[in-house]
Ligand binder design. Structure first.
Ligand SMILES: [Zn+2]
Length: 282
């Protein structure tokens, strides 16, 4: 078991490297196989989107790709599978709504319940992930000018309050955890309109900027606009599928499988009793 086997590097384009790790090997409870990180390498500097689970050192690999170019690091949001290696970097950018949670060490003790060899690698670090030296709030019109590539972000809450998506001037959109196939984690049903609003924003963004390629942070690392339009139309009609829901104890979520999506919808305050009944009866 070593870092060379843990990370997968896929050279998608001359300037775009996909970095993958298998979340299911570490913690299968998220029903998710892959975490995708992305490294954009411009003529002047580079940008890393997310830092993964932090199981093995990541920075040495990034340096191999970019040599001594300046590196910007951005987190799409603050969940552990996106900020794990933040501690290796000097500065990390994030939306202000999730700024606080990544300025302090992150407790991973929930992983202790698992017994696989990967989880044990966190033992030496007492199941704590260290934050970056400096955490910087994204400015409203923040632009990462990498030389020949310009990257901007768009606020796209829903999966979490401070979730962002990023896009380039070359036709790529990185959706973070807002939109991907497979297990998609959503807020309580009465809050899902925020997800729909964000998806609407991204569809408009794609049209305005001729974006054809969509790169999500989980599962298929490359997809297209159908992801957004399919997700929108299914999620808008989620009530029609509500009867088919199951209950997931670990994620405290309702689970509904529709086509290529497995929705994990957080249990709302008013649904807690019903949820407990569901767990008892299933
Ligand atoms: Zn995630």
């Amino acid at each position: 078991m070593n870092a060379d086997k843990w990370y997968d590097f896929i050279k998608r384009k001359e300037y775009l490297i996909v970095i993958r790790e298998k979340l299911s090997d570490l913690d299968p409870r998220y029903n998710t196989t892959y975490v995708n990180m992305f490294l954009l390498i411009g003529t002047d500097s580079a940008l890393l989107i997310d830092t993964g689970c932090g199981l093995f050192p990541l920075k040495p690999y990034i340096r191999e790709f970019i040599n001594d170019k300046k590196l910007f690091v951005v987190n799409t949001h603050s969940h552990f599978d996106h900020i794990g290696a933040n501690g290796e970097f000097n500065e990390v950018f994030i939306h202000e709504k999730e700024h606080k949670s990544i300025t302090v060490p992150l407790d991973l003790s929930f992983l202790k319940e698992l017994t696989n060899d990967y989880v044990k690698l966190f033992e030496d670090r007492n199941y704590v992930l260290q934050p970056a030296n400096k955490v910087t709030i994204l400015e409203e019109n923040q632009v990462f000018d990498l030389g020949n590539i310009v990257v901007k972000y768009i606020y796209s809450p829903g999966h979490s309050p401070g979730s962002i998506s990023l896009y380039t001037n070359k036709g790529e959109l990185f959706t973070g955890d807002l939109a991907h196939y497979g297990a998609l984690f959503l807020p309580p049903k009465d809050q899902c309109f925020t997800v729909l609003e964000s998806i609407t924003k991204l569809i408009a963004l794609c049209e305005m900027n001729n974006i054809e390629e969509i790169y999500p942070s989980h599962e298929d690392f490359l997809t297209n606009k159908a992801l957004l339009t399919d997700l929108f139309s299914i999620l808008k009609n989620i009530d029609n599928f509500w009867e088919s829901r199951k209950a997931d104890k670990f994620n405290k979520s309702w689970v509904i499988e529709i086509k290529k999506f497995k929705f994990f919808i957080k249990v709302g305050m008013k649904e807690r009793r019903e949820f407990r009944e569901f767990l008892k009866n299933n």
